[in-house]
Design a binder for this molecule. Structure first.
Ligand code: SF4
Length: 414
């Protein structure tokens, strides 16, 4: 298939496809699906070998958020029966983190619900990070506290944070449909603040919220423009008690196409299968490992994942290996680009690491893909056999609220 040959060749060179090629990946048929996975797998192995990075979530503060993100079980007015608790103490958080690291996680993700941290919250997280790093100095720490104010990213960096997560979630055009208490521009600003402070930027998306193929391509390219170093691809977990509870739009095949499209647009960036992996990929999870090079181990913030041991078994059975603490995740050239962009942004320049757009007019989208070669797909595949609104049956039985680990008396499942 000419499209896949083109995408593979570009990916092996670390080049970004055109927008039309990315859309064409989403429009491939089920007959073509294994070829799509194989093509994305070649790109994945070129830059990440057979390594799988494991990340472990610690929900420092759960529920009762004043923001209204429609997809979120912790949102304002959520009726989802999730765990609700205020800040974990540093030693409680460190205990939870230790369980994830013992299970094989290389990165611990410290997350708190809320619009954004106060300076006192930054102090709490600083103490928590110190407790975690005292037990294991090698562990990577990613912090996710919402929208950042001036100098908060710098404080987190100085306190030992390695990365900051803030997802764009969906396209700029549809952002207002999923949240009204903050804007897409607010989110971009926080990712830029984090990157500018020298933190690795982790920013991704949520698929399955009723968006179009164009929206998915828009957000995936926007993340490339923003220079995201890791791209979590979430698949909506439709929680009862949230506005998107009935949005069951994803099939395993659709999820694999979305992951492949993300891989082709981010050939040499960490692509992570994030929330919703078990719910939507189901028995196709191992195929996802051929595309993505990173997953979460065990449970999510408010929902349960499969057992940590099942994750490890899946990785081994599929012929992959867990990435070790001493191994670099990003290819060297990609890490150099990220460092250069951080230095440039700290100096007041454009921080669009991956695009090197040279727009000189700030860090907004620069038209996207003019840096990509003029090469285009020679054929456009036949229309997909399924649409974005596939007739997936309602599977609310697959959504299990987290009742163990952080914030409970029960051991986590890492
Ligand atoms: S995604 Fe974050 S900011 Fe939005 S409602 Fe959930 S916890 Fe609050």
């Amino acid at each position: 298939m000419d499209l896949l040959d083109t995408l593979t060749a570009k990916g092996l060179r670390g080049e970004v496809p055109t927008r039309e090629e990315a859309l064409a990946v989403l429009a491939t048929t089920d007959d073509e699906l294994l070829d799509v996975v194989a093509a994305a797998g070649k790109v994945r192995r070129r830059w990440f070998g057979r390594r799988v990075k494991l990340n472990y979530l610690v929900n420092l503060k759960s529920g009762l958020c004043p923001e209204d993100c429609s997809y979120c079980s912790q949102r304002l007015g959520s009726k989802a029966e999730i765990l609700k608790y205020t800040w974990l103490k540093p030693d409680q958080a460190a205990d939870a983190a230790r369980a994830g690291v013992a299970g094989g996680a290389k990165r611990v993700c410290l997350v708190a619900s809320g619009r954004g941290p106060t300076d006192r919250d930054i102090d709490r997280v600083t103490t928590t990070m110190a407790a975690i790093k005292e037990a294991d100095p090698e562990v990577e720490i990613c912090v996710c506290l919402g929208l950042l104010s001036d100098n908060q990213a710098e404080r987190l960096k100085a306190a030992g944070a390695d990365a900051y997560n803030h997802n764009l979630n969906t396209s700029e055009g549809t952002y207002g449909d999923i949240a009204t208490t903050h804007t897409y521009a607010d989110r971009v600003d926080t990712v830029q603040k984090a990157h500018g402070a020298g933190l690795s930027a982790c920013s991704g998306l949520i698929a399955g919220m009723g968006e179009s193929d164009e929206d998915l391509v828009d957000v995936v390219f926007a993340l490339r423009e923003l220079g995201s170093d890791s791209v979590p691809v979430n698949f909506l977990i439709p929680f009862e008690g949230t506005p998107l509870a009935k949005e069951w739009n994803l099939s395993p095949q659709r999820c694999l196409r979305i992951l492949a499209m993300a891989r082709f647009v981010h050939p040499d960036t960490e692509v992570r299968i994030a929330g919703g992996r078990e719910v939507h990929l189901r028995s196709m999870q191992p195929l996802g490992l051929h595309i993505a090079n990173s997953i979460f181990l065990g449970d999510y913030l408010t929902s349960e994942g499969q057992a940590g041991q099942a994750d490890l078994d899946m990785i081994k059975d599929a012929g992959f290996e867990v990435e070790g603490a001493g191994e670099a995740t990003l290819p060297r050239h990609r890490a150099d680009l990220a460092e250069a962009a951080q230095a440039a942004q700290a100096a007041g320049g454009c921080g669009t690491a991956a695009s090197a757009c040279g727009s000189g007019g700030g860090c907004g989208p620069c038209g996207g893909h003019s840096h990509a070669p003029a090469e285009t797909a020679e054929t456009v595949p036949a229309p997909a056999e399924e649409t974005a609104t596939a007739n997936d049956e309602l599977r609310s039985d697959l959504v299990k609220v987290r009742r163990r680990g952080a914030g409970t008396e029960l051991a986590p499942n890492a």
